[in-house]
Design a protein around this ligand. Structure first.
Ligand SMILES: [Zn+2]
Length: 287
């Protein structure tokens, strides 16, 4: 005879298994053909992205810049990248996102992120590395692809298969119901781990995908995609001083990254050459 407790446990396990199986989905990246295991829906991810953004913005250390010389160029580049995303193979999702960008006044942290749902942040510490609006377009193109290609969601889905990810299941379920705070694991998976002191670097595959599709978006937005190479060369010369940044993670190595970018450049240049060029204005901190 099984006890009531054992029976309710087996019912619980059965319900959870059904719930998990129904959530499992396989997607194919429209640019690279890579197949991705995803256990969350886009709307669930958008909700989590919005929650993570609120959490970042509520941190008193994340002071938004009040300087129009810092805000305006970021807004210009973001708007052009978003327009390009809306013409891309991710058009459907890009049109669904509620895009927003914040400039965080933190000269020591060379970082930027874009969350599922289109919430973006650029730290002023990235300006010396981006140097021009075209360099910033390479940064933002890269970040926007992490969101559009559902890299955070993929990390959460991979996490769900491990013990370490159990915390993510809980938070994902909580986020679906609205309200509540996202846990560290979810924040880290979404790419804002620096906020909670955990840096979970994106995988090498995610980074390469973001670099590749990112330069196609930047080129389509009218920015010279060759600036991405100059950007990564500058990244290679500095070591981060502030909070951990995904740009300071070392995989792929800067050399591998630059080699790959050179290989993809003809495709990006072919797009760029059909676009009216956008002036590569200098960013404020390097003027
Ligand atoms: Zn990245």
């Amino acid at each position: 005879m099984r006890t009531v407790k054992q029976q309710s446990w087996s019912v619980f396990v059965m319900v959870m298994s059904v719930a998990l199986v129904s959530l499992v989905g396989c997607e194919t990246n429209p640019y690279t053909g890579r197949s991705q295991l995803l256990m969350t829906s886009v709307s669930q991810e958008m909700q989590m992205g919005a929650q993570a953004y609120d959490q970042v913005k509520s941190d008193p250390k994340m002071r938004p810049s009040q300087d129009p010389r810092e805000i305006e160029p970021v807004k210009r580049v973001a708007a052009r990248i978003v327009e390009a995303a809306k013409r891309s193979k991710y058009a459907e999702m890009a049109n669904q996102f509620q895009w927003e960008v914040t400039v965080i006044k933190d000269d020591k942290t060379p970082n930027a992120f874009a969350l599922p749902g289109g919430k973006m942040a650029v730290y002023t510490g990235i300006f010396p590395m981006a140097k021009t609006e075209a360099g910033l377009a390479a940064v933002m193109g890269h970040e926007v692809v992490h969101a559009l290609a559902r890299h955070g969601a993929e990390r959460m889905s991979q996490g769900q298969l491990t013990n370490a990810g159990l915390q993510v299941i809980g938070t994902a379920a909580g986020a679906a119901g609205g309200g509540g705070m996202l846990g560290q694991a979810a924040m880290a998976a979404l790419g804002v781990g620096a906020k909670v002191g955990v840096l979970l670097p994106f995988s090498r595959k995610h980074e390469s995908e973001a670099d590749y599709i990112g330069i196609l978006l930047a080129a389509d937005a009218g920015y010279d995609p060759r600036e991405s190479i100059a950007l990564w060369e500058r990244m290679g010369q500095v070591s981060g001083g502030g909070a951990p940044s995904e740009f300071m993670s070392t995989h792929p190595s800067h050399e591998t990254r630059i080699d790959q970018l050179k290989k993809w450049m003809p495709e990006a240049m072919a797009i760029y050459q059909t676009k009216p060029p956008v002036p590569a204005a200098l960013l404020p901190s390097v003027q």
